[in-house]
Write a protein that binds this ligand. Structure first.
Ligand code: MLT
Length: 397
C-alpha cells in the first residue's frame, strides 16, 4: 500500500486556513480587539433579495411530493445551463451550447477536480504569485511545476517563455488573484496561440469576471480566437453573488477540445457522472436568480460596492506614498511592504498594530514575498475604519 507522498511537498496548512487560525488565536488573546477581516476573499451577507426569494422557494419545493427534486443531472439542470450558454455567453457574442456547460459546487473544487483529465507526467505552468489551489492541486497530482514570476516589471502578467520545455497545462486567472491584474485581449491571444502551437491546455479561472471594468479586458477566454481548441474556463457565483457558503459555479469544456483523439468534454462528463452527483438543487435555483435581470442588478450593485471599497483603500495607501496595484478590475489591492518586513512579519504587524487581517503575498508564491493583499469585501463602514486606522498610524513603518 502506498499513500500519496506528494503531500509531503505541501506546506502543512493551506494559506487561507492559516490566516483564519492566526486570526482566531490573536482574537482569543486580545478579546477586546475589533479586528477588521481583510484577508480571505470572502463575500459578506446578506445575499441579494432575488437570490434569497429563490432559495426560499427552492426549499418549499423540497417540502412537496409533486415538486420535490431528487438526484439531478450530474452536469447541472438544463434551465441553468441554458441561461449561461444562451444569455451569459451570447451577451459577449460567444457561441456556446448547453452541453458545454457543467454546473459545479464552485470554482475551487473544479480547479482540483479537472486534474483527473490529465496524467501526472504533464508539466504545469503557473504564474507566481497566484491563487494557491493551482499549485497545491498540481503538487498533490505529482506534476512538475514551472513558476512564471509575475512582477511589477512585467505588469504582473508573465508571457510564455518559448525557450523552456513546453508547458502542457497552463493556469491563468484574469482578473488575477492576488495582484488584481486583468489580461488584455492581446496578452490572452499570445497564450492561446502558444497553447494551440504546443497542444497545451489552458485552465482559465474567471472567478472575478464580474469585476471587469476595462473595455480591452475580455470577459471570457472564448472571446479570443482559437480558445475553443485549447481552453477550459472555470467560473463561480462566489465573488459575484456571495455564494462562498451556498456554493455554485460552472466549468465550460468546448466540444472542439480534443487530445489524443479523445473529447475532453466527453471525458469531463464521464468523470462528473462517476464522481459528482450534481450541484445542490438549492444552490442552482439561487444561481438562476442571479442571472435574471433583477438579480443581476442586485448583485452588480454589491460588486460595485466591493470595487469602491478597494478603490478607496488604494487611494488611501497611495496618499501615503505607497505604490498600489489592483482594485481597477478586482476587489483586491496589492502593495509592497515597507523595508525590513517580510510578507508574514507585515501581516503580524498589521494585525497587532491596526487589528487588520491581510493576506501575506508570499502565501501566493515566492514572487509574492514582500507584498501584502487587502480585500474590498468588507462593508463601506469597515473599509472606512480600516482607512482611518491606516491613516492615523501611517502604514509605512
Ligand atoms: C482568496 O483569495 O481569498 C480566495 O479566493 C478565497 C478562496 O476562494 O478560497
Amino acid at each position: 500500500m502506498h499513500i500519496n507522498t506528494n503531500f509531503r511537498q505541501l506546506r502543512p496548512s493551506y494559506l487561507f486556513t492559516e490566516i483564519v487560525n492566526r486570526t482566531r488565536a490573536y482574537q482569543a488573546s486580545h478579546p477586546d480587539a475589533q479586528i477588521l477581516r481583510m484577508g480571505v476573499g470572502d463575500a459578506r451577507g446578506p445575499m441579494a433579495p432575488s437570490v434569497i426569494a429563490a432559495l426560499h422557494a427552492a426549499v418549499e419545493e423540497q417540502n412537496s411530493v409533486d415538486h420535490f427534486h431528487g438526484y439531478g443531472l450530474e452536469n447541472g439542470e438544463e434551465w441553468l445551463r441554458e441561461r449561461i450558454a444562451e444569455v451569459e455567453y451570447k451577451m459577449h457574442d460567444i457561441p456556446m451550447t448547453i452541453d458545454e456547460v457543467f454546473i459545479s459546487d464552485g470554482a475551487g473544487s473544479d480547479i482540483g477536480n479537472v486534474s483527473d483529465l490529465f496524467t501526472a507526467d504533464n508539466h504545469v505552468a503557473i504564474t507566481d504569485p497566484v491563487y494557491p489551489a493551482y499549485y497545491d492541486s498540481s503538487v498533490m497530482a505529482g506534476r512538475r511545476i514551472l513558476l512564471l514570476p509575475a512582477t511589477a516589471e512585467n505588469g504582473f502578467a508573465p508571457m510564455p517563455e518559448e525557450n523552456s520545455d513546453p508547458y502542457d497545462i497552463i493556469f491563468l486567472c484574469s482578473p488575477g488573484n492576488p495582484t488584481g491584474t486583468a489580461l488584455t485581449k492581446t496578452q490572452l491571444q499570445v497564450w492561446v496561440d502558444y497553447a494551440n502551437r504546443h497542444g497545451s491546455i489552458i485552465l482559465f479561472d474567471g472567478a472575478y469576471e464580474a469585476y471587469i471594468g476595462d473595455s480591452d479586458v475580455p470577459h471570457s477566454i472564448y472571446e479570443i480566437a482559437g480558445a475553443r481548441t485549447c481552453a477550459i474556463e472555470i467560473r463561480s457565483f462566489s465573488k459575484m453573488a456571495g455564494f462562498t457558503g451556498v456554493r455554485c459555479g460552472y466549468t465550460v469544456v468546448p466540444k472542439e477540445l480534443e487530445r489524443d483523439g479523445l473529447s475532453l468534454n466527453a471525458l469531463w462528463l464521464r468523470r462528473q457522472c462517476t464522481k459528482f452527483n450534481g450541484a445542490s438543487i438549492l444552490s442552482q435555483r439561487g444561481a438562476m436568480a442571479v442571472l435574471t435581470d433583477e438579480g443581476k442588478k442586485e448583485v452588480m450593485a454589491r460588486v460595485g460596492e466591493y470595487k469602491q471599497n478597494a478603490s478607496l483603500l488604494k487611494q488611501a495607501l497611495q496618499a501615503q506614498g505607497i505604490t498600489v496595484y489592483g482594485a481597477d478590475n478586482s476587489p483586491y489591492v496589492w502593495f509592497r511592504v515597507p523595508d525590513g518586513y517580510t510578507s508574514w512579519s507585515y501581516f503580524d504587524y498589521l494585525l497587532d498594530h491596526y487589528h487588520i487581517v491581510s493576506t501575506p503575498g508570499s502565501g501566493f508564491g515566492p514572487s509574492g514575498e514582500g507584498y501584502i493583499r487587502l480585500t474590498g469585501f468588507g462593508t463601506p463602514e469597515s473599509t472606512q475604519l480600516a482607512i482611518e486606522r491606516l491613516q492615523n498610524k501611517g502604514a509605512l513603518r
